[in-house]
Ligand binder design. Structure first.
Ligand code: GLC
Length: 409
């Protein structure tokens, strides 16, 4: 597929998945791309950021509209939900199949990996639109401060998630034990998630109390890598100001904490910390590699991660890299996991992150191969939700929004 064909396919998806209108419940205008018309018919936080980045290659006005719509859902205290149900008529069907934590009927009460400041920076760079940036900055500063105040109770620079979907990698095997997963299936996952939410019921809306209850409290490596990466973007957007210094400092604190607390020298990988006691969750997944997106990660760690895990043919270096779980893990499920996602297949968003990260650290050939293989999978199977890491077969939702990130590799 040449660039033109790739763009035509991406344009087609981003336009057909585009939803515009005025919400009945708050009278606000919305204009954004749904991840997929059938399975995911609302606005998702990190999907939207990826859509906006892909749109910088196709339609700058729509790239701005996507993020403006997302930021219009920010609450006065700074929080931004991970799902916004702009079109409420589609909600009953969705909620019959999924569990969503809510303090309002119109949006979720949980977060997703906080990539927003980076997406805003990209859209601002592409458009040069000062008004867009000026409108975004107060929303961004409030959001990143909200995370610090409400999600980092031990004040170590690492923010915590209260349920696995907050990390965007829903059913990853790294959560099996913390979640108390009894049945290895999507049904088992939903049942376990339901129990978590039942336990949260008396504490609903008070994230610090929820974290103190220590039911599902995970300082997640993927989330914190993206947090540090985006704090830098926010600091750059803020220019030469005391606020910029605040966010640079936070980015450094998060990186230092990832290295000091999550890096496991013997395993050569980063591990999440579970609970108030911060017990390392010694399960390697794609998330263990995510600190590679930080350009200031110490060089010996970069080399170890790449040599031990990325390039290892029994782990991540499969015909269509990089799988969400290394092939050496007994729980690795390369084929269609029937909704039991993030347990083997390769995803375009993590490939986008890691190909850029590897390139930045000088691993040009590895990055080029990830890019070429991602192209090949899309050429073979179209824009799908995820891909079989041995065959490139497309799996999960069709016409899936964030796979158009291929335009930005
Ligand atoms: C799944 C993914 C999550 C994504 C959502 C919408 O839940 O795990 O990361 O945001 O679908 O595409």
């Amino acid at each position: 597929m040449n660039r033109e064909e790739l763009e035509a396919g991406a344009r087609n998806i981003l336009l057909s998945n585009l939803r515009k209108g005025v919400a009945d419940w708050n009278g606000k205008e919305f204009s954004f791309v749904v991840p997929s018309l059938r399975g995911y018919p609302f606005q998702w936080f990190w999907d939207s950021c990826f859509h906006a980045i892909a749109l910088t290659h196709l339609d700058l006005e729509q790239a701005k509209a996507e993020l403006t719509t997302l930021m219009s859902a920010a609450l006065p205290d700074g929080f931004i939900p991970h799902i916004i149900f702009w079109e409420m008529e589609k909600q009953p069907d969705f909620l019959s199949r999924n569990i969503v934590g809510m303090t309002s009927p119109n949006y979720s009460s949980t977060i997703q990996p906080p990539i927003l400041a980076y997406a805003v920076e990209r859209v601002y760079r592409a458009t040069g639109d000062e008004n867009f940036k000026q409108a975004a900055l107060p929303v961004l500063t409030a959001f990143y401060r909200w995370l610090r105040v409400n999600r980092d109770p031990d004040d170590d620079g690492l923010i915590a998630v209260i349920q696995p979907e907050e990390a965007g990698t829903d059913c990853s095997p790294k959560y099996d034990r913390v979640l108390g997963l009894e049945e290895l299936s999507n049904r088992g996952f939903i049942a376990a998630l339901k129990k978590v939410y039942e336990a949260y019921e008396p504490l609903r809306g008070d994230d610090l109390a929820i974290l103190a209850a220590d039911i599902f409290h995970v300082e997640d490596v993927l989330v914190n890598s993206i947090y540090a990466f985006s704090l830098r973007a926010l600091a750059r957007l803020l220019g030469d100001s005391p606020e910029a210094a605040e966010f640079h400092r936070e980015a450094e604190r998060t990186r230092d904490a990832l290295v000091a607390k999550c890096w496991d020298e013997a395993a050569g990988a980063f591990f999440d910390l579970s609970g108030v006691a911060e017990t390392p969750v010694k399960v390697v997944t794609i998330s263990s590699l995510m600190p590679l997106i930080l350009d200031d990660l110490p060089r010996p760690i970069v080399e170890r991660l790449v040599e031990r895990w990325v390039m290892s043919e029994k782990d991540f270096w499969l015909p269509y890299p990089l799988p969400s779980v290394p092939a050496s893990d007994p729980k690795f499920m390369p084929g269609n996991p029937q909704g039991f996602i993030w347990r083997g297949p390769s995803w375009i968003n993590t490939n986008w992150f890691l190909s850029h990260g590897l390139r930045g650290h000088g691993y040009v050939e590895l990055a080029d191969t990830i890019v070429a293989k991602s192209h090949e999978a899309i050429e073979k199977s179209g824009y799908r939700e995820y891909y079989h890491p041995y065959t490139g077969e497309g799996l999960g939702a069709r016409d899936f929004g964030w796979s158009t990130l291929i335009l930005d590799f």
